[in-house]
Ligand binder design. Structure first.
Ligand SMILES: Cc1ncc(COP(=O)(O)O)c(C=O)c1O
Length: 392
């Protein structure tokens, strides 16, 4: 029997990233040796001192509801971190702790977006932005980029009297592109002039291999317009712990907290203690993981660069490459979905089709896997291309 789902539910597409990861996992469970470039999570274990903090929290009986916007010491630690590392000066009351960066984004979007409000999203975009805006009843407006960079001019061209919000992601998922301070200053100037709010998704901030991260909220006059999103998932290899946060103007954060009051309440108590240890404790594991990721990035870029029909822009951050594979399209494989399906079926390599990110000429490959597996996966892909495209 087909049930009468809400219009809202019908509008939401399943996450292509999670779908490809689930399919690759199912194939692995059947004994098929799949190399997964799909997952958006570090493959490292969570650092020991963070796990110890969680164990200590359990042993101390810290297992009850917490205040909706987070335990005071974690909110204070996040506010302190934002001031010290990012030049974003906020009080603990301007911080909300959430179940992952995803919930920070979703609550903020729900707090800001009215039905029919327009939300600017540069493409290629992270899959969930569009769906979150749709769920809030807003209208996603896609902004074209140049070399994966959204420019102030292109953003300005899309602004009208219905535009409420811009969502920026630096370093970017899916491209790994890092916005420079100049880029961010130019975009901030446009948003300030037009009174457009900005969600600045900085979840990959700790994984930048060249260049420097710049937080838009640190720029003069932007504190009132920018909501900074971050979390511990990617920096501390804590994807399953589900702790993220949003920081911004007090009334927006309070609204996000009221929304959280009636949906999920405070984030997991034990995970909050773990996140506190992550943010306030030693950072050498972060440096170690970043070093590993850089080695992998260089390796995968070097291999993809040499592959027929594939061209790449070397990313500066995150743990993704976003190669252009449109030269591999033909009658049998007309788009990125078909290419990802063929790579999975025939080469046993899992990648995410670029179409999911609004960029059908591309595929996204995560390099959050061992060097050995990257080499194995690259060998498979290379052989498959040589075999399938003899004339390229
Ligand atoms: C760009 C971006 N923002 C936010 C998130 C949310 O991360 P989490 O909810 O695991 O903290 C992700 C995770 O994939 C991401 O890639």
């Amino acid at each position: 029997m087909e049930h009468k789902l809400s219009d809202r539910a019908m509008l939401v597409k399943p996450s292509a990233t999670l779908a490809i990861t689930a399919k690759a996992k199912a194939m692995k469970a059947q004994g098929i040796d799949v190399i997964g470039f799909g997952a958006g999570e570090p493959d490292f274990d969570t650092p020991r001192h963070i796990k110890d903090a969680a164990k200590a929290a359990i042993d101390a009986g810290f297992t009850k509801y917490t205040p909706t916007p987070g335990i005071p010491e974690l909110r204070a630690a996040i506010a302190e971190k934002l001031g010290r590392e990012n030049g974003v000066n906020v009080t603990p009351e301007q911080v909300i702790v959430t179940a992952g960066g995803k919930q920070a984004l979703y609550n903020t979007i729900l707090a800001l977006v009215n039905p029919k409000d327009q939300v600017l999203i540069p493409e290629p975009y992270w899959v969930s932005y569009v769906e979150m805006v749709n769920l809030a009843g807003g209208k996603p407006v896609i902004v074209k980029t140049t070399g994966f960079r959204p420019t102030a001019q292109k953003i300005l061209a899309k602004i009208n009297n219905k535009t409420k919000l811009l969502i920026l992601c630096t370093a970017s998922n899916p491209t790994g592109m890092l916005l420079t301070r100049d880029d961010i200053e130019a975009i901030a100037a446009v948003c300030k002039e037009k009174g457009i709010y900005v969600i600045s998704d900085e979840i990959y901030e700790k994984l930048i291999y060249e260049g420097e991260h710049c937080s838009m909220a640190s720029l003069p006059g932007m504190q009132d317009l920018v909501i900074t999103i971050n979390g511990v998932s990617k920096a501390y290899s804590m994807t399953g712990w589900r702790i993220g946060y949003a920081a911004g103007p007090k009334d927006i954060i309070s609204a996000a907290s009221r929304i959280q009051d009636h949906s999920t309440s405070g984030a997991n108590s034990i995970a909050q203690k773990a996140a506190l240890a992550a943010i306030t404790g030693p950072q050498d594991e972060v440096a170690r993981m970043k070093h590993e990721f850089k080695i992998r990035r260089d390796l995968i870029c070097e291999r993809l660069n040499r592959m027929r029909g594939v061209s790449i822009k070397k990313p500066q951050g995150a743990f993704y490459v976003f190669p252009n594979v449109s030269k591999l399209f033909n009658q049998k494989i007309p788009d990125s979905n078909a290419l990802a399906a063929a790579l999975l079926e025939e080469a046993k390599v899992a990648v995410v089709p670029g179409a999911a990110f609004g960029a059908d000429k591309y595929i996204r490959m995560s390099y959050a896997l061992s060097v050995e597996n990257i080499i194995k996966g690259m060998d498979r892909m290379d052989e498959w291309i040589k075999k399938s495209y003899r004339t390229l």
